[in-house]
Ligand binder design. Structure first.
Ligand code: SAH
Ligand code: MG
Length: 209
């Protein structure tokens, strides 16, 4: 379990990671370090809620966590969409900007030495990435295109024995949007390179073989 002080920071942070799934994410990331070398990487940090669980896991496992987000919000975070939070719009640009909230979350939690903030478009970062990952968490854009690109460009970087965690996987369309299931989870399973080792809510944990 994440230490009690960090856990309070995670629960106080804004975002979309339920408590039980955050705890499962922590356990999966600490365990991942027993099975593969390399850093951890998160795609989609928003205000840093999941990042605190993963940063705590990275500290416990003596790894670095790269947290990738352009901090401009996903399609579903924009004005008029279901997951929009109006106070996160920068009045100067009229655009979503979660970077300041994210920085506060990480600094307040004391994780600035463990979490490396990568501000950029996920596919652009992925195309220049070459370090095998012990743990990859995908929770970025949930449309078909961003989900497909995150699958295609990031999952090849999971080390053999490494772990792939996917958030918001809803096999039943009545429970939520489909792309994390259809465009990330199913292709990973069907590739034969990943086997499922854990399920908590919409969080799926897969191991690379
Ligand atoms: N993991 C977070 C929630 C992430 S929400 C939590 O626990 O609360 C999804 C995030 O993905 C948003 O912050 C959005 O800015 C980011 N995102 C969406 N598409 C992206 C892209 N193409 N490149 C980088 N980040 C992206
Ligand atoms: Mg999510």
């Amino acid at each position: 379990m994440l230490d009690a002080d960090l856990r309070r920071h995670a629960l106080a942070a804004r975002g979309f990671m339920p408590e039980d799934e955050g705890d499962a994410l922590y356990v999966a990331a600490v365990d991942a370090a027993q099975h593969a070398r390399g850093p951890f990487l998160e795609v989609g940090s928003y205000c840093g809620r999941s990042t605190v669980w993963l940063g705590g896991a990275a500290r416990a496992a003596k790894r670095t966590l790269f947290a990738v987000d352009h901090h401009m919000g996903s399609e579903e975070n924009q004005p008029g969409w279901e997951w929009h939070e109006p106070d996160l719009v920068d009045p100067r640009t009229g655009r979503m900007d979660t970077l300041a909230q994210f920085r506060s979350t990480i600094i307040d939690a004391g994780l600035a030495d463990v979490v490396v903030t990568v501000v950029g478009d996920s596919p652009v970062v992925a195309r220049s990435w070459s370090t095998p990952l012990a743990f990859l968490f995908i929770d970025g854009g949930h449309g078909v295109e961003p989900a497909t690109l995150d699958y295609e460009l990031w999952t090849p970087h999971v080390a053999l024995g490494g772990t792939l965690a996917i958030h918001d996987v809803f096999p039943d369309p009545a429970d939520g949007g489909r792309p994390p299931y259809e465009n990330i989870y199913l292709p990973a399973i069907n590739s034969g390179h990943f086997e499922e080792i854990g399920v908590t809510g919409s969080l799926r944990i897969l191991r690379r073989r």
